[in-house]
Design a binder for this molecule. Structure first.
Ligand code: FAD
Ligand code: E0Q
Length: 471
């Protein structure tokens, strides 16, 4: 029996990678993407926006045969470089050594690589085609192009990889409610840019000698935590950094607390930056232009009761489970989704109802878990990276991980460097945290803890960790 053709909406990161894998499994795949083809001349050279790629995303790229190509265009990040108010900075390693690092990749370059790979695998793309509605009884979709011209198309299996504002989700929800809940964080973000050193005045580069084109340490994710707001910076291959300011959208009524509403333009924001991020501001020669021309992005978590409409339509990636970005896992989670779905569909190509239900059964608990952990990480990033109790727990955890690696692994490492399900990482992290709290009761000095006793307690109270990776 011939395989049902698949229509994918959205040729972003998750859509393009899923399309490539499905085509490799022998499916006929068509992708409709709202934007123009980013590979065409004229679309390159936009602003560089980057993301952190970690083990889960890398594993999905490996299984698609694309990991090496992506890593060639990535910058290694060993840890987070925390910059305090006094201008001091220090590196907190993410993993135990250089085998546990994450990678800064350009969103645009990654998307183009994935589009090339999908096309080479036989996927047919239709760019500049935006889904406007879907008729699930007739199995027809309607699209509109940039000129406003509409077309309609018969579809087999419909998959929505059209991101957090998914039009497929809206159509499914109108046909049969999905139990949608969107929780706004109340904080937004704005992107700015640190150019390569050659574009900065020599005076601000006193401290960056030997780093070649980079104005800051290249192999780190930089973070300037300031309590209720923060900036981060990720390196780009050309020597620039993309900076993101995370800040409350609104302030309480009559309050002058910083927020995007209270800092509507670069003039207002410059004073705020020179007070809160003086060293950083000196590395942002285009601060005014960037601040005034780049939009404020919004941040929310999306929860759905149901991700599919029997066997007719399914949501994947941000369309199903958009999360806040503070663990750097949205794309990684979406990439992990694609491998699970491609494997299920390859095993039962004509039983989409069963496959979609199984996909949701496997992935939804994990999507919920990473949503929770991403929200928790925002608080951790903003405040506790400098809190003595937090630092003591971190230090004790690191000692336990060295002494009993089969029994202890920091939650951050399980999320970032293992293939253990996110739901497992959340649950195990809670159990480990209870133990650390118990061991540190009444002290913030790790030296006060009897390590031999701590290790025995760990071994008797928690089972060994499962194998960390597969495949
Ligand atoms: P998208 O990337 O949003 O792609 C959706 C695609 O669908 C787009 O190409 C869009 O044009 C298209 N589309 C939309 N509507 C239609 C329509 N009606 N018809 C046709 N096509 C349509 N994740 C990480 O793993 N690491 C990070 O460091 C990280 N940092 C982040 C920082 C910020 C500030 C934000 C906001 C997110 C970050 N993420 C990160 C999350 C990551 O960006 C998303 O999880 C990821 O892009 C999801 O991919 P997607 O393909 O599902 O959706
Ligand atoms: C990572 C890597 C946008 C963003 C992406 C990230 C991370 C952070 C803070 C942010 C989390 C961390 N982190 O450093 O703990 O590990 O991707 Cl804000």
């Amino acid at each position: 029996m011939a395989k049902q053709p698949i229509t994918l909406i959205g040729g972003g990161l998750v859509g393009a990678l899923l399309a490539q894998q499905l085509a490799q499994c022998g499916f006929a795949v068509e992708v409709y993407e709202k934007r123009a083809d980013p590979r065409l001349a004229g679309f390159q050279g936009g602003r560089s926006i980057n993301l952190a790629l970690a083990e889960r995303g890398l594993q999905a790229l490996r299984s698609a045969g694309l990991a090496d190509g992506v890593l060639q265009r990535a910058v290694m990040m060993r840890g987070r470089m925390v910059h305090d108010r006094d201008g001091n900075s220090g590196l907190q390693r993410y993993g135990v050594d250089d085998s546990e690092v994450i990678w800064s990749v350009s969103r645009g370059a990654l998307n183009m690589l994935l589009l090339d790979a999908a096309e080479a695998a036989g996927v047919q793309f239709h760019f500049g085609q935006s889904l406007v509605s879907a008729d699930f009884d007739q199995q027809r979709i309607r699209m509109v192009d940039e000129a406003g011209v509409e077309r309609s198309q018969q579809v087999g299996m419909l998959i929505g990889a059209d991101g957090a504002g998914s039009a497929v989700r809206a159509a499914m929800n109108a046909y049969s409610p999905l139990g949608e809940r969107i929780e706004s964080l109340g904080h937004g973000y704005k992107e700015l840019e640190i150019p390569p050193s050659s574009e900065l005045p020599a005076a601000v580069l006193q401290l960056s000698g030997g780093r070649d084109q980079f104005a800051l340490e290249p192999n780190a994710l930089h973070i300037w935590p300031r309590g209720s707001f923060m900036c981060i910076a990720l390196p780009n291959t050309e020597g620039s950094f993309t900076v993101t300011l995370f800040l409350a959208s609104q302030s309480p009524a009559h309050s002058t607390a910083p927020s995007f509403a209270n800092l509507p333009n670069a003039t207002a924001a410059a004073a705020f930056f020179s007070e809160q991020f003086p060293g950083l501001l000196s590395l942002l020669p285009r601060f005014k232009e960037d601040y005034d021309s780049h939009p404020v992005g919004t941040l929310s978590t999306l929860y759905l009761d149901r991700w599919h409409l029997d066997g007719r339509a399914l949501l994947i990636g941000d369309a199903a489970h958009a999360i806040v970005p503070f663990h750097g896992q949205g794309m990684n989670c979406g990439f992990e989704d694609t491998v699970v779905l491609a494997n299920l569909l390859a095993a039962a190509p004509n039983d989409s109802a069963e496959v979609f239900a199984e996909f949701q059964r496997v992935r939804q608990p994990n999507a919920n878990a990473i949503a929770t952990m991403a929200l928790e990480n925002y608080l951790e990033m903003r405040d506790s990276v400098a809190d003595p109790h937090y630092l003591a727990k971190r230090e004790l955890g690191a000692l336990l991980a060295t002494r009993a690696p089969e029994h202890y692994m920091a939650r951050y490492r399980m999320v970032t460097f293992s293939h253990l399900p996110y739901a497992y990482a959340l649950e195990r992290g809670q159990a480990q945290d209870v133990l650390l709290e118990q061991l540190l009761r009444g002290t913030t000095r790790v030296a006060d803890v009897d390590l031999d006793a701590a290790v025995s307690l760990l071994r008797t109270s928690l089972p060994p960790l499962p194998p960390l990776r597969h495949g």
